[in-house]
Design a protein around this ligand. Structure first.
Ligand code: HEC
Length: 219
């Protein structure tokens, strides 16, 4: 029994001297029975990596990557000289709180921009609003009532003289979704430039469908 107590006390002393008291801090490397993935060979954001010619560990996403998250223009995020765009360009409202009336006041309007708008419209909007913007997309057959964006011969479009929408409001709807929340905002999938391009394309569709319906062609 005498030996047992002596050995027992010795064991406690050894255990405590190896493991230490609970909660005490040490600068020594801790004993890790299961290290999990606490330590791993990796590069942290904004550190150096001489493997790449610009010595930066940060890489641009592969070309054609579908954007997720805030959809900032990546060239701006990674550039040492970001092109700061105006508030109106980002939000659709100018400093005094008024909607931007015309897309051309926030971005240079040209054919490539309209083409970009067409491409993005076909990907992100046509399934609901239809290829021609008249609200007759595939999903309209399943109980959803997407807004008629272009056909003046039918009701529901915001082209009517009372309550005609500005470009800034359309931009806002694309970014934040519809006022009732039935249509969700697409700001995580489209950059501000792409959203303005879609606004431009919606205007193009309005012209096209407007003309087609006045000569009563069926679209
Ligand atoms: C999932 C289907 C869906 C997609 C995708 C979609 N919309 Fe809509 N959108 C709707 C519905 C439904 C409404 C009507 C919402 C309501 O009545 O509140 C609507 C309303 C709108 C409105 C009017 C907003 C308002 O507050 O009245 C605009 C403008 C619009 N959509 C543009 C677009 C554009 C441009 C795109 C593509 C970038 C797009 N939508 C993508 C379903 C969609």
């Amino acid at each position: 029994m005498r030996y047992f107590i002596a050995i027992y006390i010795l064991l406690i002393v050894i255990t405590v001297s190896i493991l230490g008291f609970r909660g005490s801090t040490t600068k020594n490397t801790p004993l890790e029975v299961f290290p999990d993935m606490d330590r791993q060979a990796k590069y942290k954001a904004q550190t150096q990596n001489s493997l790449f010619s610009n010595d930066s560990a940060d890489r641009l996403p592969v070309l054609g990557t579908a954007s997720r998250g805030n959809a900032y223009n990546l060239e701006d995020v990674f550039s040492s000289k970001p092109t700061l765009k105006s508030l109106a360009f980002k939000t659709g409202k100018n400093k005094s709180g008024d909607w931007v009336a015309q897309t051309s006041s926030v971005i240079d309007v040209n054919l490539p921009l309209i083409r970009l708008g067409r491409e993005k419209y076909d990907i992100h909007c046509s399934i609901c609003h239809g290829d021609y913007g008249n609200g007759l997309g595939v999903l309209s057959k399943f109980g959803l009532a997407p807004r008629n964006l272009s056909d003046p011969s039918k009701k529901g479009t915001y082209l009517e003289s009372s309550g005609a929408w500005t470009d800034g409001q359309i931009y806002h709807a694309i970014s934040m979704g519809s006022a009732s929340g039935i249509m969700l905002g697409l700001s995580d999938k489209l950059t501000p430039k792409e959203r303005w391009a879609i606004v431009l394309y919606v205007r193009t569709l309005q012209n096209f469908v407007g003309q087609a319906t006045t000569v009563s062609k069926k679209i």
